[in-house]
Write a new protein. Sequence first.
Length: 142
Amino acid sequence: MADHGAMDQATLNRHPATLGRTTLLHLPDGLGLDIVSVTDQYWEHQTEHDELANGRVLSIFEYTATWTWWERHPVGDEFVHIIAGKVDFELDDGQDRRTLQLTAGQGAIVPQGVWHRAVLDVPSTLMFVTPTPARTEHRTIT
């Protein structure tokens, strides 16, 4: 008979998690996983959170309108996956601008340092796998 002690501790004692605006998944360096509860203020204090110091963060957000900002990740590539809806993902690398038209089930890699934003015609749900340390930079639409 197998020893399920590790599974009891790691799986059975945890509550199911619903990823969204208040819960994210941290994929630290190595092979572990951590579920992290967050608030809107969480992102304003990025340097105070150990889980934003290494690995990657998987998050899911629902949007009803086009982003009013550009963002980029100077420390690594980001993966964006459309769970529901349709998004025109605009990319700006400083030399060229292009648009990726993504629908539910599709995704794309946003290269390190490339400015990007989501343009929506319909409400959409997006999943992000974002590099850490979380040093996301923002700029206004020009």
